[in-house]
Design a protein around this ligand. Structure first.
Ligand SMILES: Cc1c2[nH]c(c1CCC(=O)O)Cc1[nH]c(c(CCC(=O)O)c1C)Cc1[nH]c(c(CCC(=O)O)c1C)Cc1[nH]c(c(C)c1CCC(=O)O)C2
Length: 350
């Protein structure tokens, strides 16, 4: 039995005593203890693949702040890595792939990896983290969306304009659809494996779906996320496993996202959460949507922002407080502490 299931109840719009909070990228470089563990691991990927160390860094933010959920320490790019594309992190340049998927031949060679073997290190981490958490709070599993994963597979790394993948979308939509098909089947297997291993909620990170034009978002990103939601095991160990869909920049498409059958929608900071609530009604819960850059302001300003968001949402269940995107590596941990405390205090936690 979970000692604190506030996060799961808020996602399912069941009564809660206060607004639960967690932060995207809560385990990461802004924490000195993370940097120390990562140094011992060697590289970021070695850290992800080391069960003991991945467990340790998952719990680090929970030992510092009274967060209401833990998130598996891993990365969305483990999936294309398992497809044989060769993920590596060039110092200061972000993620890169040795091989890209751009031509007809590249696409023809693409395959759905055997998640049970190629990504066993991830499900091993899930089991180990569940044990270490000892039911303190629920554990979130996650994956990238098919389109967001395709961005990295086609571009070969991060991009400022997504020129290569968007050119493919306009010139050879058939090729992109084939990549998205393989990604969708893989993500369904991957998230179901995380659920079987003990993930109590899952989030689909559609970090770059918001760069698509209207219509193309629905065709190349949302449609595939809806198929994933439909393919997931929604109940495990006698409890519903909520699904959160987070499209960064997706504030204009909330009604469409709610139609995927997800339990909650992640919002970035550009949307008014109160207006979002009126638009989706009681169909889904909302997660968000504090601007992570506001964490650089003094605690008093952070508290004012927290209060503004809670007031705009308007109270009651169905709100999971979060940042609108991942926390910056340059954030002062004391400011993150101020945010978590303010969410709890203003929403009535005793
Ligand atoms: C696009 C994306 C990635 N990874 C992820 C996304 C989707 C969310 C988003 O839009 O931010 C998701 C992710 N990445 C990481 C997590 C762990 C769980 C968590 O604490 O939230 C999660 C959920 C760890 C990580 N993933 C990465 C780090 C930093 C690596 C390090 O320690 O050097 C961490 C803690 C590396 C990574 N991984 C990725 C990038 C672009 C980078 C480099 C970013 C940077 O340099 O800040 C791909």
């Amino acid at each position: 039995m979970l000692k604190n299931d506030t996060f799961l109840r808020a996602l399912l719009r069941e009564p809660v005593e206060y607004t639960p909070v967690w932060m995207m990228r809560q385990a990461g470089r802004y924490l000195p203890e993370y940097c120390a563990t990562r140094k011992n691991a060697g590289s970021f990927l070695q850290l992800c693949k080391n069960t003991e160390l991945a467990t340790e860094v998952t719990l680090q933010p929970l030992d510092r702040f009274p967060l209401d959920a833990a998130i598996l320490f891993s990365d969305i790019l483990t999936v294309p890595d398992a497809m044989g594309l060769g993920l590596y992190f060039a110092e200061g340049e972000g993620p890169k792939f040795e091989r890209t998927v751009r031509t007809e031949e590249d696409v023809a060679k693409l395959f759905v990896p055997d998640v049970g073997t190629e990504l066993k290190y991830v499900t091993d981490a899930v089991s180990s983290i569940r044990k270490a958490l000892d039911n303190r709070v629920p554990l979130i599993g996650f994956s990238g969306s098919p389109y967001t994963l395709a961005c990295y597979m086609v571009e070969g790394g991060s991009s400022s304009d997504y020129r290569t993948i968007k050119t493919m979308m306009y010139a050879r939509p058939d090729l992109l659809h084939r990549i998205l098909e393989v990604n969708t089947l893989t993500v369904i297997d991957y998230l179901n494996a995380q659920i079987e291993a003990g993930a109590q909620a899952v989030q689909i990170f559609d970090s770059w779906g918001g760069s698509l034009p209207f219509g193309k978002y629905q065709e190349f990103s949302l449609q595939y996320m809806a198929r994933i939601v439909a393919g997931l095991k929604r109940e495990h160990d006698g409890r519903r496993v909520p699904v959160i869909v987070f499209t960064k920049g997706g504030g204009q498409w909330l009604e469409d996202i709610a139609e995927t059958g997800c339990d909650a929608i992640g919002l970035d900071w550009t949307t008014d959460i109160g207006a979002a609530r009126r638009r989706v009604g009681d169909k889904v819960a909302l997660q968000g949507n504090f601007d992570p850059v506001a964490l650089f302001a003094p605690p008093a300003a952070i508290e004012a922002e927290v209060e503004r968001i809670l007031t705009s949402y308007g109270g009651g269940t169905g709100h999971v407080f979060n940042l609108g995107h991942g926390i910056s590596q340059f954030t002062n941990p004391d400011h993150a502490a101020a945010l978590v405390a303010a969410v709890h205090r203003f929403s009535g936690k005793k």
